[in-house]
Write a protein that binds this ligand. Structure first.
Ligand code: RFL
Length: 388
């Protein structure tokens, strides 16, 4: 039996890797804990960098995205009721973001994967990784009909998110893990409400940060900074809307926030986590399995797509010519971008939240004022925000 690349997790990282491998004629199998419906309806990210879209387009994976996504090149910082627009596209080579919900990205990736003859097993449980530090790794799992199955692999792609089994299969101490708690919590809200804005709004209010993000013409995402250790139960819908109206209010203007049915509310703990190196033996971690980042700056899915591209290139070179250099540099190439994104996200976290420490609060305010007033600072923001 021919060994295949075993991929754990059918999120953006795992499905992109699967598509690129199939395109190059390299067989693979994807194992996914959830059902097809689960992965196709799981709302998370919505902002995609132009480079990620280009990569998807280069591999025939961006057809619907290019037709349906909105392009965005400006955002707004709303400070104490006053609007300051930053036209980041004009500051960075005319590049824009694409607004397209993550579940639509996953839907497109899955339909392409299946159209390319891809093998995916849904609703698997008890996935185990074997022999990851040998040339003959394997995966075992229990299939949806209760049978224990085994797959002999050439390489393993661990794309099963932060809580997945792949990273935990690496022996303790074999990789270094960096974790940072930013000490900030957001209530993340998804509502069936048309956007009340044409651009993302980051609002700074004495009571805390509020964000209005874009998803589609009928659904919007909002964020509210809440006290650490707060719970969703403290936030009935009426309170959510009252707080959003207050923190997003625009002075001397008839701007209004349109309400809608709230379909998701969850607490997000701002934290970062990076694994170094992103591989062990024949196991290569990608996406959230290798690193998580705060949603500030909208980088998580973009990093996942980049990892998949780099890993696919490395595996394709290895399969075609036996060249291992791409596999050897995989972690270093990905981590360079990961740390750059972490630095940018940390820069933004500091700028848009008011610290309980008054001195730090003033520094954050100074950073934002510099961004609004200075071309150089806005240039840094633009380049990192839209994607370096
Ligand atoms: P995913 O998407 O978590 O997919 C992992 C898949 O693995 C499956 N799985 C398993 N399968 C088999 N066996 C197991 N033991 C398994 N354990 C897990 C899961 O069911 C799932 O299908 O990881 P991936 O592919 O690495 O993708 C990462 C992105 O999902 C994530 O970084 C982004 O959603 C982060 N993020 C954002 N990123 C952006 O680039 N732009 C944004 O605007 C943005 N907004 C966000 C976000 C994340 C958010 N949340 C919920 C944390 C907004 C929010 C609110």
């Amino acid at each position: 039996n021919q060994r295949v690349v075993g991929i754990v997790g059918a999120g953006p990282a795992g499905l992109t890797l699967g598509n690129l491998l199939l395109e190059a004629g390299i067989p693979c199998v994807v194992l996914e804990r959830g059902t097809r419906e689960y992965i196709e309806t799981r709302p998370r990210a919505g902002v995609i960098e132009h480079r990620a879209v280009q990569m998807l387009a280069d591999h025939g994976l961006a057809g619907r995205l290019l037709q349906e996504a909105d392009r965005h090149g400006a955002c707004e910082f709303r400070v104490n009721g006053e609007a300051h627009e930053v036209d980041y596209s004009s500051l960075y080579e005319g590049q824009t973001h694409y607004v397209y919900p993550q579940q639509e990205v996953v839907k497109d990736l899955l339909s392409n994967y299946l159209a390319r003859g891809g093998d995916i097993r849904f609703s698997v449980t008890d996935v185990e990784l074997h022999g990851i530090d040998t040339p003959e790794p394997a995966l075992t799992w229990t299939s949806s009909d209760g049978r224990r199955e085994r797959l002999e692999c050439s390489f393993l792609g661990g794309a099963d998110g932060f809580h997945g089994v792949s990273r935990r299969s690496i022996p303790p101490g074999a990789v270094q893990e960096f974790t940072y708690q930013h000490g900030i919590e957001w209530l993340s809200i998804l509502a069936e409400a048309p956007p009340s804005t044409h651009k993302v709004i980051y609002a700074l209010h004495p009571d805390g940060f509020a964000g209005h993000m874009l998803r589609s013409s009928t659904v919007s995402r909002y964020y509210l900074q809440v006290p650490t250790d707060d719970t969703v139960d403290n936030w009935p819908d009426d309170r959510v809307w009252a707080e959003l109206h207050k923190r997003l209010a625009l002075r001397d203007s008839d701007w209004k926030l349109t309400e809608g049915r709230i379909i998701e509310k969850r607490i997000l703990d701002m934290r970062s986590h990076v694994v170094e190196p992103m591989c062990y033996g024949r196991l290569y971690l990608l996406g959230d399995a290798a690193h998580i980042i705060t949603p500030v700056g909208a980088k998580g899915m973009n990093l996942a797509l980049h990892d998949a591209e780099v890993l696919a290139d490395a595996l394709i070179s290895y399969h075609r010519t036996g060249d291992e250099s791409g596999l050897r540099s995989y972690s270093e190439v990905c981590l360079r971008r990961v740390w750059r994104a972490q630095e940018f996200s940390q820069w933004m976290v500091f700028m848009i939240h008011r610290s309980p420490e008054p001195f730090l609060s003033r520094l954050g305010q100074a950073r934002l004022e510099h961004l609004i007033a200075s071309g150089a600072s806005a240039g840094y923001f633009a380049q990192n925000y839209v994607g370096p």
